[in-house]
Design a protein around this ligand. Structure first.
Ligand code: PRT
Ligand code: MG
Length: 223
């Protein structure tokens, strides 16, 4: 019997994917927060979870080291999506990609003057495309974390980052000046795995899809 591997990052992606997997009858045999194991079995003997860094999930799936994965749209945009099949928006890990800067920074004036600005971000590709579409000249500075510090220290004028509650920006006296796009996590599939293991992949996709629809119904009813 062929085995199936699913790449997940620990933290919010794992936590929010878990109920969707449970609805499909899949239960991991360990918790990645407490276990140091990077390969975690499930109650289904043929299905294994791989715990990888969020930004590495598309790479594992692209090369077939994992058959499926769960990755944020932010991560997929930076990866480019080459060699990936994206059948399903899981509607989890929701947040927004936005441009933020120091409270009081004259963003409108900066745009009007056509001044060249410095943008610090982990999302270089997305940021480049966003500002290019606006015809703005920007210097991009790649960071790997704590983007919020960049405008406060003069490293950059603005940042491009993910915002969910807005608490992190607020705590650092930053404000959103532009909304770029909504973000959520997608199920990604290796196209060869889909073809060769369709007998196990397709039922899993169908159950997860049903779980997403059911969850949406519950969330809408609660509004
Ligand atoms: O942590 P690591 O460097 O290993 O990778 P990662 O930061 O990419 O992983 P993780 O687990 O933090 O995020 C995984 C995915 O969750 C991301 O790729 C997004 O698709 C999604 N997601 C959803 C978020 C957020 N919401 C989010 N708020 N990822 C990060 N954040 C960060 C944001 O960057 C900012 O620093 O949370 C902070 C803002 O949160 P608020 O609530 O204060 O606005
Ligand atoms: Mg993180």
């Amino acid at each position: 019997m062929p085995t199936l591997t699913l790449a997940l990052s620990k933290g919010r992606i794992f936590d929010e994917t878990l109920p969707l997997l449970a609805a499909a009858g899949l239960v991991p045999s360990a918790d990645p927060e407490t276990s140091r194991r990077l390969i975690i079995g499930t109650n289904s003997p043929g299905i294994t979870l791989l715990i990888v860094r969020a930004s590495d999930v598309p790479t594992y799936v692209q090369y077939g080291a994992a058959d499926l994965g769960v990755a944020g749209k932010d991560v997929l945009l930076e990866h480019g999506g080459d060699g990936l099949y994206l059948p399903l928006d899981l509607e989890i890990g929701r947040c927004r990609m936005a441009v933020a800067t120091r409270r009081g920074y004259d963003w409108a004036g900066t745009i009007q003057r056509g001044a060249r600005i410095r943008v610090a971000t982990k999302y270089v590709k997305t940021a480049r495309e966003h500002f290019a579409a606006k015809g703005m000249h920007v210097d991009l500075i790649k960071l790997y974390g704590s983007m919020e510090l960049a405008p406060l220290t003069g490293l950059a004028d603005v940042i491009v980052d993910l915002v969910s509650t807005g608490n992190t920006l607020k705590a650092n006296d930053l404000v959103v000046v532009e909304d770029i796009m909504p973000i959520s996590a997608r199920l990604i599939v290796n196209p060869a795995a889909l073809k060769l293991k369709r007998d196990i992949v397709q039922p899993l996709l169908d159950s997860i899809s049903q779980a997403v629809t059911a969850r949406r119904g519950v969330l809408e009813a609660a509004q």
